[in-house]
Design a protein around this ligand. Structure first.
Ligand code: C2O
Ligand code: CU
Length: 700
C-alpha cells in the first residue's frame, strides 16, 4: 500500500509540471490570437489544462495524507514542503485566474472578427496570467523532490525554496504588468519577435552554463577524502549520558576529559584468544576462477578455495576456531567478516575499522571461540558490494554441544544472485542455477539452513510437506507450528532454518521471484511438485509462542537512536547517484552512535524510501520489539539482520555487551556503497585503522 501511494504521488508530481507549463503557453498566446473564435478556443484549452492541474494537485494532497497515516516522519520536510507550494498555487489559480478566464471567454463573443485592442489587454491581465505561471513554478520542487535534502534541515530548505519561488513570481508579475500596460496603452505593441528570441536563447545559455558548473562542482566536492578515520564524525548519544570522545589515538592515551586516562582500548587489543591450540583450523584461499554453472552460463568469480559458495565451515559450540585467510588475487585486497557471530571486535574483519585489508600475496589469521549456535555465514568486508557479489562468501554453522533435536539430514542452501552488468543476475541455490534434484530418504528428519547472500529479500516457498521454521538468523524460534503454503521472507543476508520429515512424494523449495528454479527433493531423485507461490507471507512476530526475554518494549532504554532511511539524488564520491541516506546523511557523515558498555539500547528504523533495507548490526544480536506499533505475539525474534520494508517502522533493542567499533549498515550492498552505513562506537574504544590510505581499505 505504502509503495503504491508513493508511486502515484511520484507520477502526479511529474505530470504536474508539463500540465501547468502547457497552460502557461496557451494562456500567454491568447492575446495574439487572430480571431475571437481562436481566442475562445484558447480559453477552453487553458480551462481544461487548469482543471487537470487542479485535480492532480488534489491527488498529491490525498497522497500526502495517505503517506502521513503511516506516521508524520514519512512526509515531514520535503514532501510536505513541495505539496504545500503546489496547493498554495492551486488555490490562487482557482480564486483569481479561473474566474478571469471564464469572463474572457464570454467577452470574446465575435466569430471571425479580430479581437479588439481592449480584448487583447484583457487577455493578458496579470491576475489571469501570473497565477498559472506561479503554479508551474511551484510544481518544480515536486518534480525535483528527490534532489532536495531529505529529513534534515526541513525548515531552512523550505524557507529558501519559498523565497526563491516568491522572487520568481514577483519578477513574472512585474513582467506581466508591463506587458499588460503596453497592451492597454495608447499604442499597443507586441514585443519584437527577434528580441524575444535573443532573450530566450540568452536565458537557455545561462541556465546551461550554471548546470554544467554545478555538475562539475558537485562531482569534485563530493569526493570522499583519500583517507579518514571511523573515529571522526558527528557523535549521536541517543539521548543518553554524553561522554568525551576525541578521535583515534594510541591505546592508553586516554580519550579526553570524562574518561579515566589509560582506559582507552584499541580494537587491536580486542582480539580472540591468542594462545592455546585451536580445536578447528581452516584455510580460506582467495583466488580467481571462471565458474561454469549447470546451465552453461559462466561467471568470472572470486572464490574461497576455488568453490562457489565458499566451503561450508561447520564447528561445534565452544570450539576455538582458527581461520587463515590467504589472498592469491592479483591486485585486490580482501578480508573476512563473520556475519552473525558476535566475535571480539578485533576479529570482525572490517577493512579500515578492525584491520587493514589483506593485500595480494599476504595472509591474516582470525581466532575466535564459536559461542553462538546456529546458521551464520562469512564474507569479505573489503569492497563488499563488489566482492560478495563476485563470490567471496560461504556458510558457517555452529552445532550445539547437546542438540535439542536430532536430525538425519542437515544441509545449508545458499541463495545467491550473481549480478552482471547488462543482464539479469544468475540466481543460484547452492551454486546451481537450474532446477536441482536431490535424493532424500522418505521418513528422514531434514533441516535446511537457508542462507540469503544476495542483496534483496527472497520469498521462499516450501511445497509438498508441512514444515516448521525453527530458527531466524541462527536463533531458535520458540515452539514453531506447522506451515504450508506460506512464503518465507528471508532478507538479504538473513537466514531461515526450515525442518520437515521427508515424505515419499517430492518436496520443492523455490524463490518466488524465480519459480522455475530451486530444488526438488525426492526419495528417488525424480518427480515434480509446485512450487506453490501464492500463499501469504510469514509474519515472524506472530509465529511460534512467546517466551521470556531479558528485556522488552516496555524496558527503560539508556539510549534511543532513530534511523530514517530515504534517497537523495546528487553526487556521491565523484559521481551522480541515488544516495541512500540515513537521517538525510550518507557515509561518512551519518552519525556515530555512541554507547557505553552494559547499556540497553533501542533503535527505531523508519523506511521512507521505496526499497527494502535489510539492516545489519555487527557484533550484537537484537530483539525485535515491534513493527508499526504492533508488539510481538509469537516467539521472540532475535536477529542480526532485520528487513525494513517501505513504509515500515521497526523497533529493535539490544544490550551493549561487546565493546568495539561496529558497523551498522544496510546489507543491500548496492545501498551500502551509496552511503547507507554508520557505526556503533563504544566509549573509550579507538581504532588505529583508516578507511582508504595505503592499505586501500574500503569496507563497503
Ligand atoms: Cu554481512 Cu557488515 O556485513
Ligand atoms: Cu538498503
Amino acid at each position: 500500500m505504502y509503495s503504491g501511494i508513493a508511486a502515484f504521488d511520484f507520477i502526479f508530481s511529474i505530470l504536474l509540471v508539463p500540465i501547468w507549463a502547457a497552460a502557461v503557453v496557451v494562456m500567454g498566446r491568447l492575446t495574439t490570437r487572430g480571431t475571437q473564435r481562436k481566442l475562445r478556443r484558447g480559453t477552453r484549452i487553458a480551462g481544461v489544462l487548469i482543471i487537470v492541474g487542479l485535480v492532480l494537485t488534489i491527488g498529491r494532497l490525498a497522497g500526502l495524507i495517505g503517506l502521513a497515516t503511516y506516521g508524520w516522519t514519512f512526509v515531514s520536510d520535503r514532501k510536505v514542503g513541495t505539496v504545500l507550494f503546489m496547493v498554495a498555487a492551486a488555490v490562487v489559480v482557482t480564486v483569481f485566474a479561473r474566474p478571469r478566464l471564464i469572463a474572457l471567454r464570454r467577452l470574446a463573443a465575435g466569430d471571425q472578427q479580430p479581437p479588439s485592442d481592449e480584448l487583447r489587454a484583457v487577455a493578458y491581465r496579470p491576475w489571469l496570467i501570473v497565477p498559472v505561471q506561479a503554479a508551474a513554478l511551484a510544481a518544480l520542487p515536486g518534480l525535483f523532490e528527490k534532489f532536495l535534502p531529505p529529513y534534515q534541515a526541513a525548515l531552512p530548505t523550505f524557507l529558501v525554496a519559498a523565497a526563491i519561488l516568491g522572487l520568481l513570481t514577483w519578477l513574472l508579475a512585474v513582467r506581466a504588468n508591463r506587458r499588460h500596460a503596453k497592451l492597454a496603452g495608447p499604442n499597443p505593441s507586441r514585443p519584437a519577435a527577434v528580441r524575444t528570441l535573443v532573450v530566450r536563447l540568452g536565458v537557455v545559455v545561462v541556465l546551461a552554463a550554471m548546470a554544467v558548473t554545478l555538475m562539475s562542482i558537485g562531482g569534485a566536492t563530493s569526493k570522499l577524502p583519500e583517507t579518514f578515520s571511523m573515529m571522526q564524525g558527528r557523535p549521536d548519544f541517543g539521548g543518553g549520558v554524553e561522554f568525551a570522545h576525541d578521535g583515534h589515538g594510541p591505546p592508553g592515551a586516554g580519550s579526553g576529559q570524562g574518561a579515566a586516562p589509560g582506559r582507552a582500548v584499541s580494537v587491536e587489543q580486542l582480539r580472540g584468544p591468542a594462545d592455546g591450540p585451536p580445536d578447528r583450523t581452516f584455510t580460506l584461499t582467495v583466488q580467481e576462477k571462471q565458474v561454469t554453472f549447470p546451465s552453461g552460463q559462466t561467471f568470472d568469480a572470486w572464490t574461497f578455495n576455488g568453490q562457489v559458495p565458499g566451503p561450508e565451515l561447520r564447528v561445534k559450540e565452544g570450539e576455538l576456531v582458527e581461520v587463515k585467510l590467504v589472498n592469491n588475487l592479483r591486485d585486490a585486497p580482501v578480508s573476512v567478516h563473520w556475519h552473525g557471530l558476535d566475535v571480539p571486535n578485533g576479529e570482525d574483519g572490517v577493512a579500515g575499522v578492525t584491520q587493514d585489508a589483506v593485500q595480494p600475496g599476504q595472509s591474516y589469521t582470525y581466532r575466535f571461540r564459536a559461542e553462538e549456535v546456529g546458521t551464520r555465514w562469512y564474507h569479505s568486508h573489503q569492497q563488499a558490494s563488489e566482492q560478495v557479489n563476485r563470490g567471496l562468501f560461504g556458510p558457517l554453522v555452529i552445532e550445539p554441544r547437546q542438540p535439542a533435536r536430532v536430525v538425519d539430514v542437515d544441509k545449508t542452501v545458499v541463495l545467491h544472485d550473481w549480478t552482471r552488468t547488462g543482464g539479469e543476475p544468475i540466481r543460484t541455490y547452492g551454486g546451481t542455477d537450474t532446477l536441482d534434484r536431490q535424493q532424500l530418504a522418505a521418513g528422514s528428519k531434514v533441516r535446511l539452513r537457508l542462507v540469503n547472500t544476495s542483496n534483496v529479500t527472497k520469498h521462499i516457498s516450501v511445497t509438498g510437506v508441512p514444515y516448521r521454521v525453527t530458527a531466524y538468523d541462527g536463533t531458535d524460534v520458540h515452539e514453531p507450528s506447522d506451515l504450508t503454503n506460506t512464503r518465507l521472507p528471508v532478507p538479504g543476508a538473513g537466514r531461515y532454518d526450515v525442518e520437515f520429515t521427508m515424505p515419499s512424494s517430492p518436496v520443492r523449495i523455490a524463490d518466488t521471484a524465480n519459480p522455475s528454479g530451486g530444488i526438488v527433493y525426492s526419495p528417488d531423485g525424480k518427480g515434480e511438485v509446485g512450487p506453490d507461490v501464492s500463499g501469504p507471507e510469514l509474519d515472524p512476530l506472530s509465529y511460534g509462542k512467546p517466551a521470556d526475554t531479558p528485556f522488552d518494549a516496555g524496558s527503560r532504554f539508556d539510549r534511543n537512536f532513530t534511523l530514517v532511511f530515504d534517497v537523495w539524488l546528487g553526487f556521491y564520491n565523484g559521481s551522480f547517484a541515488l544516495r541512500q541516506t540515513i537521517n538525510g546523511q550518507v557515509f561518512p557523515d551519518a552519525p556515530m552512535h555512541m554507547v557505553r558498555e552494559g547499556e540497553l539500547i533501542k533503535m527505531t528504523f523508519i523506511n521512507r524510501g521505496e526499497e527494502d533495507h535489510p539492516m545489519h548490526l555487527h557484533g550484537h544480536h537484537f530483539l525485535v520489539l515491534g513493527k508499526n506499533g504492533n508488539r510481538p505475539t509469537g516467539s521472540p525474534v532475535w536477529l542480526d539482520t532485520v528487513n525494513v520494508s517501505p513504509g515500515d517502522i521497526v523497533e529493535i533493542g539490544f544490550r551493549a555487551d561487546n565493546p568495539g567499533i561496529w558497523m551498522d549498515h544496510c546489507h543491500n550492498l548496492t545501498h551500502t556503497v551509496l552511503g547507507m552505513v554508520l557505526h556503533l562506537t563504544y566509549e573509550n574504544v579507538t581504532s588505529p585503522y583508516l578507511v582508504g590510505g595505503a592499505a586501500h581499505n574500503h569496507p563497503d
